[in-house]
Design a protein around this ligand. Structure first.
Ligand code: CO
Ligand code: ZN
Length: 337
């Protein structure tokens, strides 16, 4: 799976500009042969969510799987006379480690993030104190303009046995859905594999696609924080110990029946897993849960270090096992009480 994770993670895709990610996913879906199955179809909705319906053998439920295509980024808000740019955030961009980071625009322009001289160097500044340097000598030679968006620019790396990239959140989730679509041999359920847009700016793609699909059960596949690095906030999730089955996060409580069903599935199939209790942050599952008259939802998370930095780190075995868990869960009946 490392190759598809790399290709997905290297795509340019800040929220609202998910086209390149969607094109790659569409090509992978076509190459998988999934659309040749009877009754299977792919569609893009008005917001840009890409969904693939895999018809079941009958007698099952309407299931929605969601993984978001977008990543965090920046948007240019001002260009000064010397050609330096000011920017605003797209999603959860944290100022702490920005200095010296690089971003890349859709046209390939690269910018280096710089920081003003601070009165109190020990205090973390707000985003308004940072600027972007695209190498332009003056305003007239700046190639990008106000409103243009960019995302972090760092090459994908294999480090030890781990994988590092700017956008593991949530391209690993997209990789899990693609793998599950390939590996799901028989299922009674009609499964909608939905690759959503604009998660990082407020779960917007999942809000509309959750309404459109109207699922009876839904599972989001996304990343989660870990508690296995020096002096970090104590949490039970560790890199390499399996996908995390969510109990709760900052925005939702997983449906207990869905959580238990996923736990039973993992235990029955011998798939390593962890339980996730996360304080801050949430996923597409939150938006789907409160769609229409309500949907029982759960979430399978890939433990990820250094979230929302240009160097998000995952263990490829966790990604593989997340896909195995989804496949095992959908291969039989769904009993969620
Ligand atoms: Co995120
Ligand atoms: Zn995410």
């Amino acid at each position: 799976m490392t190759d598809i994770i790399r290709r997905l993670a290297e795509c340019y895709g800040p929220s609202g500009s998910e086209g390149a990610v969607r094109d790659l996913i569409r090509a992978e879906v076509e190459a998988s042969g999934a659309l040749k199955r009877k009754g299977c179809q792919a569609a893009v909705d008005a917001l840009g969510n890409f969904s693939v319906l895999r018809k079941g053998s009958g007698g099952g439920k309407r299931v929605m799987l969601a993984a978001h295509m977008d990543e965090i980024g920046i948007v240019v808000s001002h260009v000064d006379e010397k050609g330096f740019l000011r920017f605003s955030n797209i999603g959860g961009v944290r100022p702490l480690n920005l200095t010296g980071s690089r971003v890349r625009f859709a046209d390939g322009t690269v910018g280096v993030i710089g920081l003003e001289k601070l009165e109190e160097p020990g205090k973390v500044p707000g985003l308004e104190r940072f600027y972007l340097d695209t190498g332009a000598k003056d305003k007239a030679s700046v190639r990008v303009k106000v409103g243009d968006t960019a995302c972090f620019f760092r090459p994908f790396e294999e480090v030890g046995g781990r994988l590092v990239s700017k956008a593991m959140d949530d391209r690993v989730g997209c990789a899990v859905l693609l793998q599950a679509l390939r590996d799901l041999e028989s299922s009674p359920h009609d499964v909608h594999f939905v690759f959503t847009v604009q998660e990082e700016v407020g779960l917007r793609g999942a809000t509309t696609s959750g309404f459109g699909v109207d699922p009876e059960v839904a599972i989001a596949v996304d990343v989660t924080d870990t508690g296995d690095t020096p002096e970090c906030f104590p949490m039970a999730m560790h890199l390499g110990k399996g996908p995390a089955i969510k109990v709760r996060d900052g925005g939702m409580l997983a449906h207990v029946g869905v959580k238990d069903w996923l736990v039973r599935t993992a235990e029955g199939a011998g798939i390593p897993f962890q339980l996730e209790v996360l304080d801050a942050g949430t996923t597409d599952a939150k938006a789907i849960q409160t769609s229409r008259a309500g949907v029982p939802v759960g979430c399978v998370s890939v433990p990820t270090r250094y979230l929302h930095t240009p160097s998000e780190m995952v263990d490829p075995d966790d990604v593989r096992n997340a896909a195995r868990l989804i496949v095992a869960a959908l291969s039989g009946p769904i009993a969620i009480g």
